[in-house]
Design a binder for this molecule. Structure first.
Ligand code: PLP
Length: 406
């Protein structure tokens, strides 16, 4: 076996398809969000003043001065790392404070921190799917890879229901043994299309078939609900969801993931979850920063209103200019290009000619033929920044002869 050749061939396959991933090397500038410096692939010097239009730091909290100050204080007080796993010398006071805060945010008895949202999903679903004997897992077809991997590694029976399709979910639930334990696994905001799950109706089905519910609110925590508890908070449904999962890395602007649930579920995952037990705890400074961010966003409903207004305004400006905005009902603004090569050309030209950074979204993140750019306007993207984006998009669309509505 020629190993080197093998890897080269596989990489060439995805290059030929136009979906080889190239990372944009940025240097974020404190207090300057959404602008950053950009380091081209060549040896050229950094390009300053690039506008970032695709960050998941949805509210700019990664640049919030209170969050940064609190992180510095914790760093000075506690040092760099946590010093161990949670069980062996790694549990810091900040972890306990943050877990209490997150339980409160979701009105749950308890919560549990993980090193990322990915690890939270994977570990929780693996642990429950494996640990509840005979459990059947029902997963929305568009669930994030972190849930898919957790389901796969649990080795439990699984059923995939058509995206947001209640009839299909019920058909699958009704076909299984009524006495089998069940978990329905879904997201609130689906981040590639910007649609939202029918949470109320899914809860009703869960009750009818005696299933637990697991809701990924990664793209909603901090941004929806009067305190940033997510879409379930906005709709008054937090108490009826068994397990709410979230990230500290997107709207909260730092890093880490968590679940919030009853005391027993949390204690079960804490006691049996491999991806929780066998890894070093988050640094205290990270926990302190995330805690501050959660506290700020609990209070600051104005930032949420501004965020929603910015997203509405951008959609409106794009539609008026005839761009194919996909039908999102949230803060995410996808614009369809429909071809992986054209999609990459669009984003290359935006960067080279206009100092605008948007990452192309290609297969397997989205289905082939629906390649798109995914814009994430934050409260810090003002009207002038939006107008510059629209003019740049018009220019690029013309150069590539892409179609726009009249
Ligand atoms: C980003 C993402 C995750 C993972 O969260 P991280 O904290 O970035 O690891 C989980 N679920 C969904 C839907 C996501 O988009």
């Amino acid at each position: 076996m020629d190993y080197v050749r093998y890897f080269q061939d596989r990489l060439n396959d995805i290059k030929d398809e136009g979906r080889y991933r190239i990372f944009a090397e940025l240097e974020r500038q404190r207090g300057q969000f959404p602008t950053a410096h950009y380091y081209p692939e060549t040896e050229e010097p950094a390009v300053e003043g690039v506008t970032v239009w695709c960050s998941n730091d949805y509210l700019g909290m990664g640049q919030n001065s209170r969050v940064i100050d609190v992180m510095k204080e914790a760093l000075d007080k506690c040092g760099a790392g946590a010093g161990g796993t949670r069980n062996i010398a790694g549990t810091n006071h900040y972890h306990a404070l943050l877990e209490a805060e997150l339980a409160g945010l979701h009105n749950k008895e308890s919560s549990l921190l993980f090193t990322s949202g990915y690890v939270a999903n994977m570990t929780t679903l693996m642990t429950l799917g494996h640990g509840i004997e005979g459990c059947i897992l029902y997963s929305d077809a568009l669930n994030h890879n972190s849930m898919i991997e957790g389901i796969r590694h649990s080795r439990a029976e699984k059923r995939i229901w058509k995206h947001n399709d209640l009839k299909d979910l019920e058909r699958l639930l009704a076909a299984d043994d009524p006495d089998a334990p069940k978990i329905i696994i879904f997201e609130s905001v689906y981040s590639m299309d910007g649609d939202i799950a029918p949470i109320r109706e899914i809860i009703d089905l869960a009750k009818k078939y005696n299933a637990l519910t697991f809701l990924d609110e990664v793209h909603a925590v901090g941004m929806y609900g009067p305190h940033g508890g997510g879409v379930a908070e906005r709709e008054g449904l937090m108490d009826e969801i068994d397990i709410i999962q979230g990230t500290l890395a997107k709207a909260f602007g730092v890093i880490g993931g968590y679940i919030a649930a009853s005391r027993e579920i949390i204690d079960f995952v804490r006691s049996f979850g491999k991806g929780f037990i066998f890894t070093t705890a988050l640094p205290p400074s990270i926990a302190a920063g995330a805690l501050e961010s959660v506290r700020i966003l609990k209070q600051d409903d104005l930032i949420r209103q501004r965020h929603q207004e910015r997203a509405r305004t951008l959609k409106e400006k794009l539609r008026r200019a005839g761009f194919p905005v996909m039908p999102s009902v949230c803060h995410i603004v996808p614009v369809e290009v429909g071809d992986p090569v054209a999609c990459k050309q669009v984003t290359d030209l935006l960067m080279e000619k206009h100092k605008i950074y948007v990452q192309p979204i290609n297969y397997p993140t989205v289905p082939r033929g629906t390649e798109r750019i995914r814009l994430t306007p934050s409260p810090l993207h003002d009207d002038a920044t939006m107008d510059r984006l629209i003019e740049a998009l018009k220019d690029v669309w013309d150069i590539l002869s892409l179609t726009r509505a009249a």
